[in-house]
Design a protein around this ligand. Structure first.
Ligand SMILES: [Zn+2]
Length: 375
């Protein structure tokens, strides 16, 4: 509202009248906020370990226009969607689903099962469709699944006959997928707010709040790290070591034999994937991430502890900052995610000399963003 004082008198009057008109139609700022909070409360009451309900659309945004329906996302928490196989966490309880955007329109994807072992197949068999040996989720069967008799299909949703409720069953992808990258840098005048864009991207990247001088502040845009989420990797790393070591010590063992010997209860496909991505080097006693590019070296896998120590050592050299350390490490060790390095740098590097410099107030204020529903 403060900008209104820079306007001409006529513009100011017109603008205020329009604001009052909108308050009449939609409700005042307070009313809109209260409506949002109500839906937020409803969602948290309905939360369940196997599904999450997210009220969406205009109603949940607090804009209660006549004739608008109630949109509801119903997220099935037993599935996890990944952009590609490289990022799959092999030891989660969730059923991994892989995106396949070949031959699809922009903004659309086919979803296929990562691993067709019975452990996973039984979770999606009721809406699965098999095409060329791959198991896809049929969007038709998926939206019709568990549909009560009183409901009808309305677009991607299950709706009641008078179309006042749209109920969309969903699966979650927690990555910032490649087709969504342009959204970050898209030119925009005012909406969405710069801070909102920042917090959305940071949450997607590492489930953290962005720190100062995030990618958007820089002239040179920095790429998003290709490595998987470091914490996920570290959780799975002992298994990778065990599998790769078994293969190194018994070169003739295939995935089946390794599964039988290690008694890990894993499927053949999981073990195959691990073996295709990692190898164990007996000389250095280290796990390595295989390079897929002939010009790039295999990278040594490091534990969280190792990485923290490397960051500390790197900083000692010439009081390097997180970005420089990231650049120094990313070609030799795995996993190196820019945001992870930043966080570990902030929390683990205790350097007297730098402490004052790090805490200097920044030109851009970044605050912990509130939930977009409550703010
Ligand atoms: Zn220092």
């Amino acid at each position: 509202m403060f900008k209104i004082y820079n306007m001409s008198k006529t513009d100011r009057e017109l603008s205020l009248n329009f604001y009052k008109y909108l308050c009449n139609v939609i409700g005042t700022e307070e009313v809109v906020k209260t409506r949002r909070k109500l839906f937020c409360a409803l969602d948290s009451v309905l939360r369940h370990p196997t599904f999450t309900v997210i009220s969406s659309g205009s109603k949940a945004e607090g804009v209660d226009l006549n004739g608008s329906d109630y949109d509801l996302m119903f997220v099935l928490e037993s599935f996890q969607v990944y952009e590609n196989m490289i990022k799959v966490s092999l030891f989660t309880n969730k059923t991994p689903i892989i995106m396949d955007i070949s031959d699809t329109k922009p903004g659309f994807t086919k979803l296929k099962l990562f691993d067709r072992s019975n452990k996973y197949l039984r979770h999606i068999i009721q809406f699965a469709e098999i095409l060329e040996k791959e198991t896809y989720i049929s969007s038709k069967l998926f939206r019709e699944d568990h549909m009560p008799d009183c409901m009808i299909i309305h677009g991607p949703c299950q709706s009641n006959p008078d179309n006042t409720i749209d109920f969309a069953r969903c699966v979650r992808c927690e990555e910032w997928i490649t087709p969504a990258h342009p959204w970050i840098y898209r030119s925009r005048s005012s909406w969405p707010d710069h801070r909102l864009v920042m917090s959305v991207t940071a949450m997607m990247e590492q489930n953290t709040v962005p720190d100062e001088g995030y990618v958007f502040e820089r002239k040179r845009k920095k790429g998003i790290s290709k490595d998987p989420n470091a914490e996920t990797f570290w959780a799975d790393m002992p298994y990778y070591v065990e599998i790769a070591k078994a293969k190194e010590q018994n070169s003739k063992w295939g995935p089946k034999k390794i599964i039988a010997e290690l008694k890990l209860g894993l499927s053949e496909r999981v073990v195959k994937t691990v073996l295709s991505q990692y190898f164990y080097d007996q000389n250095t006693d280290c796990l390595f991430r295989k390079s897929i590019d002939l010009n790039v070296h295999h990278r040594r896998c490091v534990s969280k502890n190792d990485l923290v120590n490397m960051i500390k050592e790197n900083h000692k050299k010439d009081h390097r900052k997180a970005d420089t350390i990231y650049e120094a490490l990313r070609t030799t060790v795995f996993p190196v995610v820019r945001e992870t390095i930043k966080i570990l740098f902030k929390t683990e590097v205790k350097c007297q000399q730098c402490a004052s410099a790090i805490d200097l107030p920044k030109t851009t204020t970044t605050r912990r963003p509130n939930s977009s529903y409550v703010s």
